[in-house]
Each structure stands twice: as structure tokens, then as C-alpha cells.
Design a binder for this molecule. Structure first.
Ligand code: IPM
Ligand code: MG
Length: 360
């Protein structure tokens, strides 16, 4: 398997290096091999090549079976114009790889329950939500403009969707729901937005082919509220790009551990992009403080969704659970009585557990 590595900026390289230890353990235990090729994106690419997404990076990604990404960005590049910021590299690679489906699981690890910002009684039934966010359309990629008019400056970002764009992400979400609790909440603003009304039309149409699913609709403002009031009601949340950006941050924070959550971005091509949902955290970069578990779990998602290696993925997920059961914690999830470890040590522990475990 050929894996493109975009380590990126800040803590990106350190957490990806731990994920590679986990993959090394997987290849040893399951007798498979991974070939890595590094590529530049984000701030480090700007420093070295002048642009956030060099064409060579796109080529490397397209020739790989999966892309593993750390994080990009940092204050050093914040004053650059929009199209030259590290974030433009991220949007560019999503578009170039056509990864229209962004899967963001928000899972409450029982071992970390007390880290959630919600009261325990709201979390009695745990929390296991899969946010399926459309990733290559909507306001992020619609026409953008800033003009001077008679009334002064005016700027816009067009939020538009085609029937086809909604259809394909809907099928992804519905297929995922079939393997879960079969419940999909489509989140939109259909009381105001025409694009949302198209989403209702398409999701309704496709749901006729998925009569085993329970599909319901919720306005985005209500969804933001319901997520903190009663998050247990959600299974799969399907939504457009911008709403998904906002709601997935909210959902992840409910778990109390943004440093624990992975994501997968997949599309029609076989090559997906797998990355932790956290950012580049420049303030703690290089200090052996970052939590590598989100990057390691992203490897798990890469194995599961990108490389069709479910057993191997399960070994990774299980090792992360075991390391938490053994009370090891990085500083972001540290609690009294637990054993505090750094980034490197956490990576070593997970790799050791993958190797020493004999059942899956
Ligand atoms: C995310 C991030 C990005 C987004 C930014 C960095 C462009 O917030 O992956 O959620 O808005 O998609
Ligand atoms: Mg975001």
C-alpha cells in the first residue's frame, strides 16, 4: 500500500510520527507493507516553495492509495492573502482529490467521560455520533467576490449545490447509517435557504431506496441546541459543508477530547484523506505534549475506510482503548491518579499493544 504523508505544520509531524509507529506495528503483526512518500502542504510548503499546495503534492497524493495528514497552519502565515494561506492548501487538496464526504465521528470514550463539558446525566447513554459533512461544495467553493458598489463595499460567498453533489453525499451517509443505528438527521436551514430546500428534495428522493432507515430533518440552529441538550438522540448527522464545519466542532467538544478524534474524507476515487480533527497547535509544537491518539485513530479510519483492512483497523482502535484502560494520558486528557505520558511515549505504548495483542 502506498501512503502519501502530509505531516504539515506545528504538532502535525510529531503526531504523524506516532501514527507511523502504529502502522509499523500493524504491518509487522498482519504481515502487510506500507510504502511512504512525504509531501509538503500548508505553512511548510509556503516556506519552501512559495505556495501552500505545490502541484507535486497533488501528484503524489493521486498516485497513492491513501493520504495521511497531520495539521497545517500557524500564526507565522496568518497575514498572507486568503489564496496563499495554509488553509487554502487544505481546501485545494480536498477539491483536487474530490473527497466530498467528510466523516467525523464524535465518540465519548467511557474512560474520559468526566472530561466532557456536559453533565454526567446527559451522557448516561454515551455519545456516538457520526457527522457526515459535505466537503467540496457550498459556500466554501462557490463564487467569492468583493466589489465596490454605489452603496459601498460588498462581498459574497455563494452557497450552491447541484442535485448530483447532494445525491452522492446522501448515499454515503445512508450507507454508513445502515451499518449503525439506521438513523439519519439531515441538518439544514430549509426555512430560509433555497439550497437547503434542494437538500430536502434530494435526501427525500434517495430515502425511498433506503426504507430501512429513519430519516428526519432538523434546522441547523435547533441542531446546535439539541447537541448540547440531548446528544444521545443523534446517530448520523448529514449536512452541508459550512454547517458541518460548525456542528462537527461542537459535537467533538462534547466528548471533551478534541485531541482524540480522527476524520476521514472520501470520494469517488479510491484515495481518501485521513487526518485528526485538531489543528496544528503551534504553542505546544516540539514539546512532546501533543496527544497523538487522534492521528493514530485516523490511521484506523484509513485502514477501515481507505484500504479496506477492517481487522487491522480494529487492532488500532482496540489498542487505543487499551492504552486508556491502562490509565495512560497525555496532558490534554490528564486526570488525577492517571499516568502522565508525552507524545513519543504514547506512540510507543500503542505500537507495543498492537504488537503484543493476539486476538483482534
Ligand atoms: C476543518 C477546518 C477547515 C475547514 C479550515 C482549516 C479551512 O476548520 O477541517 O474543519 O473549515 O474545513
Ligand atoms: Mg472546522
Amino acid at each position: 500500500m502506498k501512503i502519501a504523508l502530509i505531516k504539515g505544520d506545528g504538532i502535525g509531524p510529531e503526531v504523524i510520527n506516532q501514527a507511523l509507529k502504529a502502522l509499523g506495528a500493524v504491518s509487522e503483526r498482519f504481515k502487510c507493507s506500507f510504502e511512504y512518500q512525504e509531501a509538503l502542504m500548508g505553512g511548510c510548503a509556503i516556506d519552501e516553495t512559495g505556495v501552500p499546495l505545490p502541484i507535486e503534492t497533488v501528484n503524489i497524493c493521486k498516485q497513492s492509495d491513501a493520504v495521511l495528514l497531520g495539521a497545517v497552519g500557524g500564526p507565522k502565515w496568518d497575514s498572507l492573502p486568503g489564496n496563499l494561506r495554509p488553509e487554502a492548501g487544505l481546501l485545494g487538496i480536498r477539491k483536487a482529490m474530490d473527497v466530498y464526504a467528510n466523516l467525523r465521528p464524535a465518540i465519548l470514550f467511557p474512560q474520559l467521560k468526566s472530561a466532557s463539558s456536559l453533565k454526567e446525566e446527559i451522557l448516561v447513554n454515551g455519545l456516538d455520533i457520526m457527522v457526515v459533512r459535505e466537503l467540496t461544495g457550498g459556500a466554501y467553493f462557490g463564487e467569492k467576490k468583493k466589489v465596490i458598489t454605489e452603496d459601498g463595499i460588498k462581498a459574497w460567498d455563494m452557497m450552491s449545490y447541484t442535485f448530483y453533489e447532494v445525491e452522492r453525499i446522501t448515499r454515503t451517509a445512508y450507507d454508513i447509517a445502515r451499518k449503525r443505528k439506521k438513523k439519519v438527521t439531515v441538518v439544514d436551514k430549509a426555512n430560509v435557504l433555497e439550497s437547503s430546500r434542494l437538500w430536502r428534495e434530494v435526501t427525500g428522493e434517495i430515502s425511498k431506496e433506503y426504507s430501512d432507515l429513519e430519516v428526519s430533518y432538523m434546522y441547523v440552529d435547533n441542531a446546535a441546541m439539541q447537541l448540547v441538550r440531548n446528544p444521545g438522540q443523534f446517530d448520523v448527522i448529514l449536512t452541508e459543508n459550512l454547517f458541518g464545519d460548525i456542528l462537527s466542532d461542537e459535537a467533538s467538544m462534547l466528548t471533551g477530547s478534541m485531541g482524540m478524534l480522527p476524520s476521514a474524507s472520501i470520494g469517488i476515487r479510491k484515495t481518501g484523506i485521513f487526518e485528526p480533527i485538531h489543528g496544528s497547535a503551534p504553542d505546544i509544537a516540539g514539546k512532546d505534549m501533543a496527544n497523538p491518539l487522534a492521528a493514530i485513530l485516523s490511521c484506523g479510519m484509513m485502514l477501515e475506510y481507505g484500504l479496506n483492512m477492517k481487522n487491522e483497523a480494529d487492532a488500532v482502535y482496540k489498542a487505543v482503548n487499551t492504552v486508556l484502560d491502562k490509565d495512560y494520558r497525555t496532558v490534554d486528557i490528564m486526570q488525577p491518579g492517571m499516568k502522565s505520558v508525552g507524545t513519543e511515549m504514547m506512540g510507543n505504548l500503542v505500537a507495543e499493544i498492537i504488537l503484543s495483542d493476539t486476538e483482534v
